[in-house]
Ligand binder design. Structure first.
Ligand code: S6P
Ligand code: ZN
Length: 197
């Protein structure tokens, strides 16, 4: 995409409202796009029958998807649960594995679940004011463990791309569920180490 006016620009990310004053693209993801991702299949089917709820939204500044550019925007993950598992993003590896991402949490309470193709995993808490650096090679999924929206500002290289398929097949190795009113990290029973390629 050619930009007629490719000049420096500014916009506001308001705190504490956690809104973005300027964006070119608004993406929405509903429950129906998370088929097979929540551990409790029955709870998922029952919820979907009631309503195809809006789970999260992304507001982006459009930039060319090339190395040298930085894609950035706001991710807004609404609160809720499917069974005992908190609402979460689909999660993805970057297609160009060797690309990183920075998240800055503006609002809410949550966790970022991460893993590498080799099976290493990490979970970091997200809370307002906290920056999370996701290194190259780490797949990432946000989880809202609170009762209000979880809002993060993200920045990643323009040529990264998104590989959703690898996660869609078996999810992440860790799940975040509610136990006694608190988030708990547990093993994903469906997960198996990935075959070496
Ligand atoms: C993109 C970045 C975020 C996510 C967003 C939604 O690399 O990590 O903008 O796209 O949080 O998550 P997902 O997994 O549905 O793309
Ligand atoms: Zn990403």
């Amino acid at each position: 995409m050619q930009h007629a006016k490719d000049v420096p620009f500014t916009f506001e990310v308001s705190v504490p409202e956690a809104t973005m004053s300027r964006y070119d693209n608004h993406l929405t993801r509903r429950l129906s796009s998370m088929k097979g991702q929540y551990a409790d299949r029955e709870a998922y089917a029952a919820m979907l029958e009631q309503e195809d709820m809006l789970l999260y939204e992304v507001y982006e500044t459009k930039r060319p998807e090339v190395a040298g550019e930085l894609l950035h925007g706001l991710s807004i993950l609404h609160p809720g649960k499917v069974g005992r598992e908190y609402f979460m993003t689909k999660g993805h590896f970057h297609t160009v594995l060797e690309t990183a991402e920075v998240y800055y949490c503006l609002k809410g309470e949550g966790m970022m679940v991460m893993e590498t193709p080799e099976g290493d995993w990490a979970v970091e808490e997200l809370r307002p004011g906290r920056v999370l650096y996701v290194p190259p090679r780490w797949a990432h999924r946000s989880v809202n463990t609170g009762t209000e929206d979880l809002v993060t500002f993200f920045v990643y290289p323009g040529h990264s791309g998104h590989d959703y398929g690898t996660i869609e097949t078996q999810g992440f190795c860790k799940l975040v569920i509610e136990e006694n009113g608190r988030p708990k990290i547990v093993d994903n029973p469906r997960w198996r180490p990935r075959e070496k390629t």
